[in-house]
Design a protein around this ligand. Structure first.
Ligand code: UTP
Length: 297
């Protein structure tokens, strides 16, 4: 059955250990690419795909995230008084309507699947999207909007898919799909972090999903998997076992893994270069840096 997707879950309860010590007091999702926090990119992408209900799965120490989407009356008044209307408009874009965001708490970091399951009462019997804000995707048409369009044709479950080098496959959930150059790929199975050399394909799941409410039921039943965590991949694999449709979706766009330092730095450079007001200065700087490094070698 195909239904409109209006709810999205943002699991943001992870510990962000790869960014310690910064994440001791700053939630990873508040870290900025140029001048916007990671979470803003995810929210904008969800809005562009028609999402109207935003569910955050949070944990201790994530208060800055809740404040970020709230109004900032003093700041707004001060910018208004000074006539700084452009910055004021930017600020107002970050406000979310009262009641549009709901927060549920994951009181123990038991894995991504468990975090998604924490939103079960708010999802009820509806299909829903999941966006991992660590995965930032630069695309002409935002990735989730591409998926929503494809899902309108297929229904079922849909997961964003990206080719990875064979030696990187053991870091991802890997899709078992027949060889194909198509964009929508019916899945026969899915394995979380396969042992090197055992991956069923080179197509990895990345952090954009459209899922049926049945996945919540599976999440309530699956046992801890790889790493002792409740894995979203295992619940999706159950959907396939129960003969429900699960598709990989080859999106157009460039994904940055902002949960890793290297990915975050790459995204910072790419998003900086994409800004007209920064691109010349930044690219000149990068050219100089590379030349200096080469001269020193
Ligand atoms: P990651 O494992 O990449 O994020 O989880 P992490 O745990 O925050 O980071 P590291 O590995 O310690 O550096 C992917 C997504 O799932 C969420 C994270 O917040 C991130 O958005 N997550 C993960 C939860 O919400 N709860 C969990 O128990 C685990």
């Amino acid at each position: 059955m195909k239904r409109k997707v209006t709810k999205a879950v943002f699991p943001v309860a992870g510990m962000g250990t790869r960014f310690l010590p910064a994440t001791k007091s700053v939630p990873k999702e508040i870290m900025t690419l140029v001048d916007r926090p990671l979470i803003q990119y995810a929210i904008d992408e969800a809005r562009a795909a028609g999402i109207t209900e935003f569910i955050f799965v949070t944990s201790r120490g994530k208060g800055a995230l809740e404040d970020y989407f709230d109004r900032a009356p003093e700041l707004e008044a001060s910018l208004k008084a000074k006539g700084k209307t452009e910055i004021l408009d930017l600020l107002l874009e970050t406000n979310m309507d009262s009641g549009a965001i709901a927060y549920v708490r994951q009181n123990q970091a038991l894995g991504l699947g468990h975090a998604v399951w924490c939103a079960r009462h708010l999802i009820g019997d509806e299909p829903f999207a999941v966006l991992l804000p660590d995965d930032v995707i630069a695309a002409e048409k935002p990735c989730l909007a591409q998926m929503v369009d494809a899902y309108a044709e297929t229904g079922g479950n849909m997961i964003a898919a990206m080719e990875v080098a064979p030696e990187r496959a053991s870091s991802y959930g890997i899709m078992d799909v027949p060889p194909s150059i198509g964009r929508v790929l019916p899945m026969q199975g899915m394995v979380e972090k396969p042992a090197p050399g055992t991956q069923p394909s080179n197509l990895a799941a990345i952090g954009r999903y459209i899922l049926s409410p049945d996945v919540m039921r599976h999440l309530g039943e699956v046992k801890p998997g790889v790493g002792g965590e409740i894995q979203l991949t295992d619940a999706i694999a159950r959907e396939i076992e129960e003969k429900r449709n699960v598709y990989g979706f080859r999106f157009d766009g460039q994904r940055y893994d902002c949960g890793s330092k290297a990915g975050f730095l790459q995204a910072t450079v790419a998003f900086g270069l994409a800004r007209p007001e920064l691109s010349t200065e930044l690219s000149n700087f990068l050219i100089d840096m590379v030349a200096q490094r080469q001269a020193a070698e």
